[in-house]
Design a protein around this ligand. Structure first.
Ligand SMILES: [Mn+2]
Length: 485
C-alpha cells in the first residue's frame, strides 16, 4: 500500500466513556515486544517475559545490588544492532545480562542499578519516522509500566543524568565485553576510569545467572524438549535425505514450529569427516552412504538455550569400526553423567573423561603407549567435557570450571573423538568424528538428564532408523520430488 494522500485519511474520533478521564487511561498495548495485554498466548498476567514474572525480575535486581560493593553503580547496555547491509540489520539478539535484569528484548537502552534508586532505565526515543518504518518500541513509559523500573529517562538525557550518578558512587561496574560508546564516551566515565574506579560487572551477573530458579529450569526443560523433538524428526528424515543443509533446515523448522525464536547457534551438521570439525558450519555437503552424521544443535526459547549432539549413520547401520568408537564415546558420556552431582566440578568430570577416553583409545590401538600420548590425545579431542548452559550457550563464562556444582546449575556433558584422514593410526578409524552431548541439570540428590528423551543407544538408533523411517521418510522424499518437478 502506497501513495495515499493526506485527504484519504479520515479523522477517527474516539468516544470517551462517560465518567472517565479520557485517553490517558488507555492501556499501553504495543511496547515493541510481547506483553500479557498484547500476547496473552505467550505472556501470562504478572509476567514480564514468557515464564518469568515481574517479581522475579525485581528480585534479580535486588540480589545483584546485594552482591555489589557499597556505593557502587552497575551499568548494563543492551546489545548493539549489527548491520548486514545498508538498512538491513542481522536478527537482533539481546545481551543476556541486560535481558536478565530488565526483561527488555529491544536494542538502544542502557540500564543503571544503584543502591539509592534501584533500577533506572535510559530508553531510546525514536522519531515518528522510525515508528512508521519499524513499528513501536519500548520507551520511557514501557520502562516504568512494563519493566517496572524505579526511574526512566530518554537516552538523549543520559549525558545530563548519568554523570551525577557516577560522581556520587565510589565504584563503577559495567560489562567490559559489551561496553557501549553511549556511556563510555561520557567525560565523567572517562575520569572515573583514569582513577581506577571502573571494573567488570560480569563476574557478579554470571554468579547470579549460574544457579537457575524454578521458572528458569522450566524454560530450560522446555527448550531442551523442543530440541529433542526436532532432532528426532531430523534423524528420521536423514534416512531418505542425507544432506547436511537439508537436515540443518529440518531441525530449525521443527524447532520454530514448536515455538522456539531462533537457533542457539548455527547448527553443526557434519557428514563423515566433516563431523571431525568441532564447530563445522558449512553444512553444504551430501552425506555419503555408510558415513556417520554428527549434529550439534540447540534452540532458544524465550531467552533460554538448549545444546545437544547426536551422531548416527543415516543408512541405519554402523560399520564395526564406527560401532566400536561409538560405544567408547557413549560409555564415557554415561560415566560422566553419573558423576554430575552437587560438590563435584566440571574440571573433575573432565579429568575423569580424559582418563577413560585415553584408556579406551589405547585399547583400540588408536593411541599408542608412548610418551607423547597426551599430546596426540589432544589432537583427537581438544575440547572440554562440558560447559555451563543457560541464557548463553557458553553460559556464565566468568564462573570457573573448578567451582563445585550446585543444585539448579545446568551443564553439558559432551565427550567426543575426532579422527582426521591424516591421523597416523589404524586406517579403519580415519575420517570418523563422534560426539554425544546431553544437558544435565544438577539436583539436590544428583542430576536429571533433560535431553534424555533423545535416543543414544545403538539399538535404539538402529530400530528408529530401520523400523520406522522407511515409509514416512519416503513419503517426505516423494513429496519433495513432486514439489520440485
Ligand atoms: Mn555444548
Amino acid at each position: 500500500m502506497q501513495g495515499l494522500g493526506r485527504h484519504f485519511f479520515k479523522r477517527i474520533s474516539f468516544k470517551r466513556p462517560s465518567g472517565c478521564c479520557g485517553y490517558s487511561t488507555r492501556t499501553l498495548v504495543d511496547v515493541g515486544q510481547p506483553t500479557a495485554a498484547s500476547h496473552p498466548q505467550l505472556v501470562k498476567e504478572g509476567e514480564i517475559t514468557p515464564g518469568i514474572t515481574g517479581d522475579e525480575y525485581i528480585s534479580r535486581r535486588k540480589r545483584l545490588l546485594e552482591l555489589l560493593p557499597e556505593k557502587s553503580l552497575a551499568i548494563i547496555a543492551a546489545a548493539p544492532v549489527k548491520m548486514m547491509t545498508d538498512v538491513v540489520p542481522y536478527p537482533f539478539r539481546q545481551d543476556a545480562d541486560y535481558f536478565y535484569i530488565t526483561g527488555c528484548q529491544q536494542p538502544g537502552g542502557v540500564a543503571v542499578l544503584g543502591h539509592e534508586f534501584g533500577l533506572c532505565m535510559f530508553m531510546p526515543n525514536p522519531d515518528p519516522q522510525d515508528v512508521i518504518w519499524q513499528g513501536q518500541i519500548a520507551g520511557v513509559d514501557a520502562a516504568l509500566s512494563t519493566f517496572k523500573a524505579e526511574q526512566a529517562f530518554p537516552i538523549s538525557e543520559m549525558h545530563k543524568i548519568l554523570p551525577t550518578m557516577i560522581k556520587k558512587s565510589s565504584k563503577l561496574l559495567h560489562n567490559v565485553k559489551t561496553a557501549s560508546p553511549a556511556y563510555m564516551d561520557l567525560e565523567a566515565l572517562r575520569n572515573a576510569a583514569l582513577s581506577g574506579k571502573v571494573k567488570d560487572l560480569s563476574g557478579y551477573t554470571h554468579e547470579l545467572r549460574w544457579v537457575k530458579s524454578p521458572s528458569e529450569i522450566r524454560l530450560m526443560r522446555e527448550s531442551a524438549s523442543i530440541a529433542c523433538q526436532a532432532l528426532l524428526q531430523t534423524m528420521i528424515l536423514s534416512k531418505t535425505l542425507a544432506d547436511e543443509g537439508m537436515l540443518s533446515t529440518k531441525f530449525e523448522y521443527e524447532c520454530r514450529m514448536r515455538g522456539a525464536q531462533r537457533m542457539a547457534f548455527n547448527p553443526v551438521v557434519g557428514g563423515g569427516v566433516n563431523g571431525s570439525v568441532i564447530h563445522y558450519s558449512r553444512n553444504d555437503q551430501k552425506i555419503k552412504d555408510g558415513d556417520l552424521v554428527l549434529m550439534d544443535v540447540g534452540c532458544e526459547l524465550h531467552g533460554y538455550v538448549s545444546d545437544l549432539t547426536r551422531t548416527w549413520p543415516p543408512s541405519g547401520s554402523f560399520s564395526s569400526a564406527q560401532e566400536k568408537l561409538y560405544d567408547l564415546i557413549l560409555e564415557v558420556n554415561k560415566e560422566c553423567v553419573k558423576l554430575c552431582q552437587p560438590g563435584l566440578s566440571i574440571r573433575q568430570i573432565h579429568n575423569h573423561s580424559v582418563e577413560l577416553l585415553q584408556r579406551g583409545l589405547k585399547e583400540m590401538g588408536i593411541l599408542k603407549d608412548k610418551r607423547s600420548t597426551s599430546q596426540i590425545y589432544y589432537q583427537l579431542n581438544p575440547t572440554s567435557i562440558g560447559h555451563y548452559l543457560g541464557m548463553d550457550v557458553h553460559d556464565c563464562s566468568m564462573v570457573s570450571n573448578d567451582r563445585p556444582l550446585k543444585p539448579g546449575v545446568v551443564i553439558t556433558i559432551e565427550p567426543g573423538v575426532y579422527i582426521p584422514y591424516s591421523f597416523d593410526g589404524p586406517e579403519r578409524y580415519q575420517g570418523i568424528g563422534i560426539r554425544i552431548e546431553d544437558e544435565v541439570l544438577i539436583t539436590e540428590t544428583g542430576h536429571e538428564v533433560i535431553t534424555g528423551s533423545m535416543p543414544k543407544e545403538i539399538q535404539h538408533i538402529k530400530s528408529l532408523l530401520n523400523n520406522y523411517c522407511g515409509n514416512r521418510g519416503m513419503e517426505a522424499h516423494n513429496d519433495m520430488r513432486a514439489a520440485s518437478s
